[in-house]
Design a protein. Structure first.
Length: 457
């Protein structure tokens, strides 16, 4: 494994700066009116009328393109948007074929002084990670696979084994009492005795990823919400022994039903389902405070209110039953222009900390190890996947939220450098701490897992 001592720099304790990037593609929904007009024009009987109408259509399309590329910032205190734009429910597009070099440019990553980063493993489309007693498990999104990495005594992977394939968005993995739980949109699967299989295959002569006869899963649930928009579900077992399963809103912005825009919890066997928190647009990362045992989670803000609104959120749920404001309130103070009449921001639980707008804050953990300096212990690390429709890209980094007395008091970069020339070569998606206190970062874009260590004094 190649270890890189990264360039050090001073971290500002302030919201992220705007980065430079080319304008992103037009929003797909903007083309609907011209497409309808083009079909109408094609049906015109006379050629002169068709020529005149096509010229008029071309002129009409110009301002639509300009408006879609450059959206001016809007003040928090005075927010208005056309109803047709607010109602858009456009999912992020599937990524194009990856152009990631085999030799990843780890030297471009920047961390605080004394920290190093190395390539830990190459895992296709790596998303949430879970640690067994001797095995690292890794979910994925569009790859549809779950991988198992048996570890040696130094916590290095022996092989990368394919545990499952052909699943639908198996982004969530959680290890509990010897079994691996995997989410697959509407299904919740359990793989029993999976570590025995992984370590039995670790010394096999077959090429990596082709190990035969993985255990067959038991189906714990097959009736979770099946919508694909925000349909991937991360998993986690809480201090109460319950399994927590978030279900995102099936839209960009809409009024949700009782089982959407929520964090569910249930017993390990799938029974006893209840709503723990609601008003949550789409959380892709959560963890429990190491002392209070309270749940904290990230939440992705809605789209199409401009480059700078609304913020992503870090939320704190000390008790069950709280409402965090979606779809009527964003960031604690921003009434939604279309759904703001469904509730008042004053009635919603405000964020513990507002994060950058559209940074796509995904995985988060509390750092509980002892390898990093004391100033990092008990603090929150967040994987920011990066903006997909903002005119200037931001995110694509790991950030740190510092807590004092149970309050989030600062928000700053920790690891950055996955953006190069305005475009990404990697996208942090999930975080996990190894028993030695080093930090793993899963990158679904580069198909990699990195290991961050502290070696300084």
């Amino acid at each position: 494994m190649r270890t890189v001592t990264t360039p050090s720099r001073t971290h500002p304790a302030s919201p992220p700066a705007r980065n430079t990037a080319p304008a992103l593609p037009d929003r797909p929904a903007r083309l609907s009116r011209p497409v309808r007009l083009a079909r109408y024009i094609g049906a015109m009987p006379a050629a002169p009328f068709r020529m005149f109408a096509l010229l008029w259509l071309a002129l009409l399309a110009l301002p639509v393109h300009a408006a879609a590329v450059s959206v001016p910032p809007q003040p928090v205190t005075s927010l208005a948007a056309p109803r047709a734009v607010v109602a858009l429910s456009v999912a992020p597009p599937a990524p194009a074929a990856l152009a990631v070099p085999d030799d990843l440019p780890l030297g471009e990553l920047r961390l605080p002084p004394g920290f190093t980063v190395e390539l830990y493993a190459r895992v296709p489309n790596a998303r949430q990670m879970a640690l067994g007693t001797r095995t690292l498990f890794v979910g994925s999104m569009r790859a549809g696979m779950v991988h198992a990495l048996p570890l040696d005594d130094t916590l290095r992977p022996l092989r990368v084994l394919r545990l499952a394939e052909g699943l639908t968005l198996p982004a969530g993995v959680a290890f509990h009492e010897g079994a691996l739980y995997v989410s697959a949109v509407s299904r919740l699967l359990r793989y029993d005795r999976v570590e025995e299989w992984a370590h039995a295959r670790a010394d096999a002569t077959q090429p990596p990823g082709t190990a035969a006869s993985p255990p067959r899963p038991a189906i714990v649930r097959a009736d979770l919400p099946s919508e694909m928009h925000h349909g991937a579900k991360v998993l986690g077992f809480g201090p109460d022994g319950m399994l927590y399963v978030p279900v995102g809103a099936p839209c960009n912005i809409c009024r949700t039903g009782p089982r959407h825009g929520v964090i569910l919890r249930m017993r390990p066997d799938g029974t006893g389902e209840e709503v723990f928190a609601r008003g949550v647009r789409n959380t892709v990362g959560f963890d429990w405070h190491p002392e209070t045992r309270d749940l904290w989670f990230t939440d992705n803000g809605r789209d199409w209110l401009g480059d700078d609104l609304p913020p992503d959120e870090l939320n704190h749920a000390p008790v069950a039953g709280l409402d965090f404001g979606f779809p009527y309130c964003h960031g604690g103070t921003i009434a939604d222009p279309e759904y703001g009449d469904l509730g008042a921001c004053a009635a919603a639980t405000p964020p513990a900390r507002n994060l950058g707008p559209h940074v796509a804050s995904l995985g988060m953990i509390f750092y509980t190890g002892r390898q990093f300096p004391a100033a990092y212990r008990g603090q929150v690390f967040i994987a920011e996947h990066g903006s997909w429709n903002r005119s200037t890209r931001i995110g694509y980094r790991v950030t740190l939220v510092r807590l004092e007395g149970g309050r989030a008091v600062s928000y700053e970069p920790f690891a950055e450098g996955w953006l190069r020339g305005g475009g990404p070569w990697g996208r942090p998606a999930a975080l996990l701490m190894l028993p030695d206190g080093s930090l793993l970062v899963a990158d679904d874009y580069a198909g990699a897992i990195y290991r961050i260590r502290y070696a300084g004094r």
